[in-house]
Design a protein. Structure first.
Length: 310
């Protein structure tokens, strides 16, 4: 049985357990604004991103024993089956997701870069955003501490955030703030969640990461109005890179999952398009109505097939 058939079987199993799974629902899609970069990606004022680490696609999608909660999310949402990271090791992938460039492959680098990036665009356009980083205090732009590693936080390595303590205090928050913001319905337009290395499957077990994902993110956002019928929430769960031995298209095949009211239900990628992190950056910016994404994202196709269309 091919991996697509295995994943489809897992989706069917979970669909049987989840009320309403299998239909797109009745709420109409949100359409991108005039500057969206692609009207087929719905506008959203609640884009939430969770980063996971260093797992091959085949060990995540369809593995309902090790990743039960993530596979339940796949059953309710949409999965890219031809998605590949750009490079090894981690840091270049995080920069591709924020600048459209790899910039460096030195995981030990603490250089602060002055290049075009999504933070610069959001600040300029007045788009609210917060980086929720586990294990650090508000405004932290320093190096590795405890189970936190700076290479997983590209915003702390971009001059638009890192060069000013007041700016860093505005945009970089301890992860504990996320639960408070969800409960108060005050999530920003763009949330970038960075678990520590024990909770993102880098150093801890995949099952630990899956449990953390469910209790700390999926559970809370599921209760948020933005992610209920009629809302505009878009959740992305994304792995930065595959295992080191998988260098296909640079960084290997990884799981990229979307879920929310404007995302297709129980959808497995039907196109043969190869998507990478520049496509994801372009898609996030389209959802936020931010035109002309930076770097390679400028010419990257949008991941519009994963969203409900009018």
């Amino acid at each position: 049985m091919g991996d697509r058939a295995v994943i489809a079987s897992a989706v069917l199993v979970f669909c049987a357990l989840i009320p309403g799974c299998g239909g797109s629902g009745s709420n109409p899609p949100f359409t991108g604004g005039p500057n969206s970069g692609g009207g087929s990606v719905p506008s959203s004022r609640h884009v939430v991103v969770v980063m996971e680490e260093n797992q091959a696609f085949a060990t995540v999608a369809g593995d309902v024993i090790v990743w039960p909660n993530l596979n339940k999310l796949i059953a309710k949402g949409a999965l890219a089956t031809h998605y590949y990271a750009n490079t090894h090791p981690s840091i270049g992938n995080y920069f591709m997701l924020t600048t459209g460039q790899i910039l460096t492959t030195d995981d030990a680098s603490k250089k602060v870069w002055d290049v075009d990036n999504i933070a610069r665009r959001m600040i300029s356009a007045g788009v609210s955003f917060r980086v929720y980083a586990e294990g650090v205090p508000q405004g932290y732009v320093g190096g590795n501490t405890g189970q936190y590693v700076i290479r997983h936080n590209p915003f702390a390595l971009l001059s638009d955030v890192a060069d000013s303590s007041s700016t860093a205090n505005r945009y970089i928050w301890p992860f504990t703030q996320f639960a408070s913001d969800v409960a108060a319905n005050t999530l920003p337009q763009f949330s970038f969640i960075i678990p520590n290395v024990m909770d993102d499957a880098h150093n801890g077990t995949p099952m630990q990461a899956d449990t953390w994902l469910q209790s700390k993110v999926l559970g809370p956002v599921s209760a948020s109005a933005a992610f209920k019928s009629g809302g505009d929430g878009i959740l992305t769960v994304l792995f930065d890179e595959s295992i080191d031995t998988d260098t296909t298209n640079g960084g290997g095949r990884v799981a990229a999952v979307f879920w929310g009211p404007v995302v297709k239900t129980a959808y497995l990628q039907s196109s043969s398009t190869v998507y990478q992190h520049q496509n994801m950056l372009a898609t996030w910016m389209a959802a936020l109505d931010l035109p002309n994404p930076p770097g390679q994202a400028a010419s990257a196709s949008l991941m519009s097939e994963f969203f409900v269309q009018k």
